[in-house]
Design a protein around this ligand. Structure first.
Ligand SMILES: [Zn+2]
Length: 554
């Protein structure tokens, strides 16, 4: 296999899926997005990877992984995680630290106190296994071991970084518990094929837990089967596995509100989930503590609202707002890529002067929105709704249609921002004039009057995710403007209304093709409209020729 040297960050980018996104409310002083993750394979490495898969025989080492998360100390911000690897284990198991958002282990959650044990086939504890620290994590000696348990601890209350650094606020202690993103807590075995992943949560105090999608283990049989497995593994009790494991118990506390709007049968929830792959594992958001949750449905998708705050608006009203947004976005695409969408409203604890009013983050099918605790219902509808709609839209554009090439960020962010406004209008949450006014003002300020107009291409501005705020605003507002202008140009060429809608749906339909590239977008436009627009993109998006601000905003 061709291999080029990689920095820790490259490895991180290549390995960890998904996208994290941060933005300011429309009404704020600044418009600001940052993407930390989601930059994975370049086109070239993608080709190499495909060649590797095609040419390479089946890797010998395949493992099944179980992560048991012990929530005993979660209310103090600490997790004890036991990773059990079983299968064809090599002589050493290289375990990579969760690299956090920037792949910067010095500035993020850092696991500690490792220990390893061989495990017998029937679950009894075997000999201690040697653990060695490496550049990227730990190496566990697993000679002649077919089942290994590895314990480590994570303290979420000791994450370094500046107060306004949003990274500190994703995985963090919250009232009575914590929330933790998968990409900050799970160790990954390196250079192995992972066949099956199970995450179980040990919840002895019965605290409310939101078990993340993907693939909640549903149905009594699966739960019973899993309980049997865990029961027979009782020898691992000291490894933190199986103790007090009571599926569902943690999810029925008094704080759980019966949702009067939920006409469908209640959704089975328990303390197990089953990620499809490592990207799913990394994307999962685990939330426990003093949370209230409500569930509703839009078609077959569970819409879940959760919060750890008391707000000036009713939980039921917030859930209904979220459900209307979800239903509209699902209606636009035809279905949801996941069978659960969770929106967590939490307090914005970023109090510095250069912080933002509202932060939105999405990981997998979870959306975290951090709001001023004084947010009124009116503010939620007028301002925060756009953050919810934006982040939720990324479930389709950004997650299902993966954002993997920085050169496509103009499209992913531009289209998501534009469609979020249109979805709010379609859902009846925003009057069209409100959406037009906000979009228009934003294009005027951040694109038409931006000092970079004509000096830098929109694609280049948007691609540099760590650029200064002026450039980021230019790239993203330019992306919105380019998407609308492209739609107008295609509408004129084809005589159809909003041809971009069909292009979006086609991109979603063809999502199995992998990371979105410029070529993929061009092909899809050609297929849907018959228009070749490479030159147009080269001129207005990848080139510096300014477009007039669009008129047909909504
Ligand atoms: Zn975004």
């Amino acid at each position: 296999m061709l291999k080029k040297p990689q920095t820790a960050l490259d490895q991180y980018k290549n390995k960890r899926g998904g996208t994290i996104d941060q933005e300011l409310t429309w009404a704020g002083r600044l418009w600001y997005f940052k993407h930390w993750r989601g930059i994975r394979l370049t086109a070239l490495t993608a080709i190499l990877a495909v060649a590797y898969v095609v040419l390479q025989p089946e890797p010998v080492e395949t493992v099944n992984l179980t992560y048991d998360i012990d929530l005993t100390d979660a209310d103090r911000g600490t997790l004890t995680i036991t990773m059990i690897a079983e299968g064809n284990l090599p002589d050493y198991l290289d375990l990579e630290f969760p690299t956090g958002i920037f792949g910067d282990t010095g500035n993020g959650v850092r696991p500690h106190d490792p220990s390893g044990r061989a495990l017998g086939a029937d679950g009894e504890m075997g000999v201690p296994l040697a653990v060695e620290e490496t550049d990227f994590g730990w190496r566990l000696a697993t000679q002649q071991v077919s089942r290994a348990g590895f314990i480590y601890r994570i303290d979420l209350d000791r994450v370094p970084g500046s107060e306004q650094d949003i990274r500190r606020h994703i995985s963090t202690p919250v009232a009575g518990g914590l929330r933790a993103a998968g990409f900050e807590i799970f160790l990954e075995p390196r250079g192995m094929e992972v066949r099956d992943i199970t995450v179980s949560m040990h919840n002895p105090t019965g605290m409310p837990v939101l078990v993340p999608w993907p693939a909640l283990v549903k149905g009594k049989d699966l739960i019973a089967e899993r309980r049997r497995q865990l029961a027979t593994n009782s020898g691992e009790a000291s490894l933190g596995l199986g103790q007090g494991f009571k599926p569902g118990v943690g999810l029925e506390p008094a704080t759980r509100i019966k949702n009067p709007m939920d006409t469908a049968a209640s959704v089975p929830s328990n303390l197990l989930y089953h990620p499809r792959d490592m990207a799913d594992l990394n994307n999962s958001l685990i939330i426990c503590g003093n949370i209230r949750s409500l569930e509703s449905r839009a078609r077959d998708t569970v819409i879940q609202y959760a919060t750890d705050q008391t707000w000036l608006f009713a939980d039921e009203a917030a859930l209904e707002l979220i459900r209307r947004i979800a239903r509209t976005e699902m209606g636009f695409f035809g279905n949801s890529p996941t069978d659960q969408i969770t929106v967590l409203l939490s307090a914005n604890e970023v109090t510095s002067d250069d912080g933002f009013d509202v932060y939105g983050v999405h990981t997998g099918s979870s959306v975290l929105v951090m709001l001023d605790p004084e947010t009124t219902w009116g503010m939620l509808e007028e301002q925060a709704a756009s953050v919810i709609a934006h982040e939720m839209f990324h479930s389709w554009l950004g997650e299902a249609i993966p954002q993997s090439d920085p050169q496509m960020l103009w499209f992913t962010e531009g289209a998501t921002t534009w469609y979020a406004s249109r979805m709010l209008v379609s859902a009846g949450i925003w009057p069209p004039e409100h959406a037009r006014g906000l979009l228009g003002a934003r294009l005027e300020r951040d694109y038409a009057n931006n000092s970079l107009l004509g000096k830098m291409s929109v694609a280049a501005a948007a691609a540099e995710v760590m650029a200064d705020a002026e450039q980021v605003r230019f790239g993203y507002a330019g992306g919105v403007n380019a998407c609308i202008a492209l739609d107008e140009m295609l509408a004129r060429a084809t005589g159809t209304v909003r041809p971009m809608d069909e292009i979006m749906r086609k991109l979603y339909e063809d999502r199995a093709r992998g990371g979105l590239t410029r070529e993929m977008l061009l092909e899809t436009i050609l297929e849907v409209t018959g228009v070749e627009c490479g030159v147009w993109l080269d001129t207005h998006v990848y080139g510096k020729t300014a477009l007039p601000p669009s008129n047909q905003l909504i």
